[in-house]
Design a protein around this ligand. Structure first.
Ligand code: SAM
Length: 227
């Protein structure tokens, strides 16, 4: 059984894909999808030998060596044109690192490549990169897992650049529209944490007014979103 986070990532992978899981570590996502015949083939890429070993062990234990391979390499370097990869998963890293991996491996992406991305932080940076590179966000998920809210998205190449508002970039265009219970929880929790910070700042000997106003503004915006 997958963790809620990895389950939500797996749910976004298009059926029948030839998938590359970059930074795969234990290869839980490819193993899960292959075991259920939800994808055709998987490449598990890893930059570090230890995690690559984890991926290879999982592949062997699950008897998946005919439908899967593991490769050592940086980012999208492990993908070759004759693999015909049409779905790339990058999960469990910061949005900045995911963005760097995509930017450095841009030439490996085709108009057939779906991207399934789960940044731990810095979602907005990743969404900006997607917009600049002619991707549209087709689906999003948000889950609470082991004390943290995780956002994940499915992005696909689009012919015409999509314009998202600042709010859509920050909160996720699909998540913002759906406002499901996890979304409400995440941002309600953020308002609560900001209030604690505000309280502490207001009680300081020299309250930093700029900072206080800034956080008040953020909370006002969050409350508006949740209404
Ligand atoms: N994707 C799995 C998940 O979501 O549970 C594992 C996430 S783990 C926290 C991040 C993995 O990414 C590590 O195993 C690390 O070695 C790998 N990694 C970091 N930078 C990478 C890069 N440039 N190319 C490939 N793998 C990378």
């Amino acid at each position: 059984k997958l963790s809620p986070r990895l389950q939500a990532v797996s749910d976004l992978v298009p059926n029948g894909s030839i998938m590359a899981d970059i930074g795969s570590d234990h290869a839980y996502v490819p193993a899960y999808l292959l075991k259920r015949d939800l994808i055709k083939y998987a490449i598990a890429g890893e930059v570090a030998p230890g995690p690559l070993k984890n991926a290879t062990s999982e592949m062997e234990e699950q008897h998946l060596t005919d439908k899967m391979t593991t490769r050592l390499g940086d980012g999208l370097d492990v993908i070759n044109p004759d693999d015909h990869v049409n779905a790339i998963v990058i999960a469990g890293m910061g949005g900045e690192l995911i963005t760097q991996i995509l930017e450095r491996g841009k030439h490996k992406l085709t108009d057939q490549t779906a991207l399934i991305l789960q940044p731990n932080v810095d979602e907005i940076r990743l969404r900006r990169w997607l917009v600049s590179n002619q991707y549209g966000i087709k689906a999003e998920n948000i889950v609470f897992d082991a004390g943290h809210f995780y956002e994940m998205m499915l992005a696909k190449p689009v012919v015409k650049r999509v314009e998202y508002s600042k709010q859509e970039l920050r909160f996720g265009p699909v998540l913002l529209k759906q406002k499901n219970p996890e979304f409400i929880d995440k941002w309600t929790d953020r308002i609560r944490k900001n209030k604690v910070v505000l309280n502490n700042l207001n009680n300081a000997t020299n309250p930093p007014l700029d900072k206080i106003r800034h956080i008040q503004k953020i909370n006002a915006e969050l409350k508006e979103i949740l209404n």
